[in-house]
Design a binder for this molecule. Structure first.
Ligand SMILES: [Zn+2]
Length: 92
């Protein structure tokens, strides 16, 4: 199904959901039954940032074939000093 946009001269634009490839160039307006011309508009595609696109691709791949790791992934090293806000807490 796809959404097609038409424009009635009297009532303005309206949308119709139809199977792909079945939209006529002229369709009756649902309000006044007058002839309405089909409008050709850009499809509603959105651009994503490269980071978001990569994350979505990785998430999609992990559904079927998740990555298997053999060791704990390296990350930030633990801080040697505790956070300064923790110094105000009572010690046991
Ligand atoms: Zn109309």
């Amino acid at each position: 199904m796809a959404t097609y946009e038409y424009h009635c001269h009297d009532c303005g634009p309206f949308e119709v959901r139809l199977p792909i490839g079945t939209a006529e160039t002229v369709r009756d307006c649902p309000a006044c039954l007058g002839p309405s011309r089909r409008l050709f508009t850009a499809p509603s595609l959105t651009r994503q940032s490269p980071a978001m696109s990569a994350a979505l691709t990785r998430e999609e791949q992990s559904r079927e074939a998740p990555e298997v790791v053999t060791s704990v992934p390296g990350g930030r090293r633990r801080q040697s000093r505790p956070h300064p806000a923790l110094s105000h807490l009572p010690r046991p």
